[in-house]
Design a protein around this ligand. Sequence first.
Ligand code: C2E
Ligand code: MG
Ligand code: MG
Ligand code: MG
Length: 293
Amino acid sequence: EAKRAGRATWRFFEASMHGAALRTLHIQNALRVALHEEGFSLRFQPKYCGSTNELVGAEALIRLDHPELGMLAPAEFIPTAERSGQIVQIGQWVMRETCRQIRRWQTAGLPAVKVAVNLSPRQIAQADLVDTMIRIVRSEQVSCDQIIFEITEAVAMQDAPKTAEMIQAFQHAGFEIAIDDFGTGYSSLAYLERFRVKQLKIDRFFTHGLDAQGHESRAIVSAIIALAHSLDMEVVAEGVETPSQLSELRVMACDQIQGYLLGKPLTAEAFAVLLEQHRVRESIDAKPCPRPA
Ligand code: C2E
Ligand code: MG
Ligand code: MG
Ligand code: MG
């Protein structure tokens, strides 16, 4: 009886292994095709100033347009790309396309914004990452200070001394750095002294916790904001979905807000419309210069 059950379990295991391996191969192949045939696209999620409500920039988020499965979110293909190493090439595509988009918006006369680009562990392990990114920015004629690289806290901590060195090299070139998903990586706060980045992005787990009954998330979020401000860093709250989360974050002087409440990830064209409105609002708000006496 036990033997039969064991065999059945094994067969099931074997079958699902086969399925998973097939799926991995299938996705790897789709990624290879996408790299050659423009199968990837970017969405841009707006980031807003916490105190003035102004649009301050965007985060670039990749999508894969799969011929059979439709539009896939990164969770469905980034882990495979990471394991296969394809993420290195995909990451270069993301950077090049982000820079081209920044140029297109500028050429259309839209205001300049900063765009955040996510970096994965495998990319960060590349010794020539900083040089590669500088080369892309130069060839696309974009200014380094228009790009913010996002590194997750957990990845930054894996080899903190090496990460600190890489962050410095990026900053030396003029790029800005944000620590993504902050609060989930169990890092020693002392590392913040060493990293000295532009932004901390509070993970949406804590943002959502602001709606809960207890005081834990509120205490953690306000502590992160106080610490960041004392070290001259900005705080971005991720995953803001409700008006009450937004108003609490404003009371806590959170610098920037990102989330479905204020804006979902948009196509480049839809984001251009936001930029256009931003320009209109600015020109309406702009007061005429007083005449010299
Ligand atoms: P992330 O960098 O933390 O990006 C934020 C994710 O939260 C995005 O999911 C975004 O669509 C989602 N999000 C934004 N606002 C809300 C909200 O109010 N509520 C909820 N529930 N979710 C919200 P997305 O686009 O599926 O990306 C997931 C992750 O995939 C990203 O997390 C990032 O780690 C990774 N990723 C995305 N694009 C790239 C890329 O170009 N390169 C690399 N290496 N990773 C990427
Ligand atoms: Mg991110
Ligand atoms: Mg994040
Ligand atoms: Mg995240």
